[in-house]
Design a protein around this ligand. Structure first.
Ligand code: SF4
Length: 155
């Protein structure tokens, strides 16, 4: 079974109330090969919500208490993101996920790039908080872009 970001499955759970539909992903859901999850909703966020970015590092640093996740207006949402990450990890274990496909660039779900914490649209290399936790626990996490490039090998 594959765990996928809910927004990639077409669910309107993004911070701006929209989705990031990826047809390869939604097809997997239809075929009962994948289950959607939104770490931020599991952490207690609602939709819509303010955009948030990691300040002072990447997802692994957040887990280690060396960086934080902050909304644009300044609210510290680190604990919500960490709660969402652990709940997602439990879900991945429950379904014996073989691979997890998460939305690139998100402070929770990014797996190659995240925004740099200045809210100016600039990205840096790094994992989101959920991705970092899943990888630390031995799960294979890839972005929707890498999933598309490696579809035949993964499915
Ligand atoms: S990127 Fe992750 S946390 Fe953000 S809306 Fe999509 S599934 Fe939820």
């Amino acid at each position: 079974m594959i765990l996928v970001s809910s927004c990639l499955a077409g669910l309107e759970v993004r911070y701006d109330g929209r989705h990031s539909l990826d047809h390869k992903i939604s097809k997997l859901i239809e075929e009962n090969k994948a289950i959607p999850v939104c770490p931020e909703l599991l952490g207690g966020f609602s939709t819509p919500r303010e955009p948030a970015e990691i300040i002072g590092g990447s997802g692994g640093d957040v887990l280690d208490g060396k960086a934080k996740v902050v909304e644009k207006s300044g609210r510290d949402v680190t604990e919500l993101c960490i709660k969402g990450a652990y709940t997602t990890l439990n879900k991945a274990k429950d379904i014996n996920a073989t691979v997890v496909v998460l939305k690139e660039n998100s402070p929770s779900c990014g797996s190659s790039m995240i925004y740099n914490g200045e809210f100016i649209g600039e990205k840096i290399a790094g994992n989101g908080v959920t991705t970092a936790l899943l990888k630390r626990n031995g799960l294979r996490v890839i972005s929707e872009e890498r999933f598309a490039d490696n579809f035949d090998e993964i499915i």
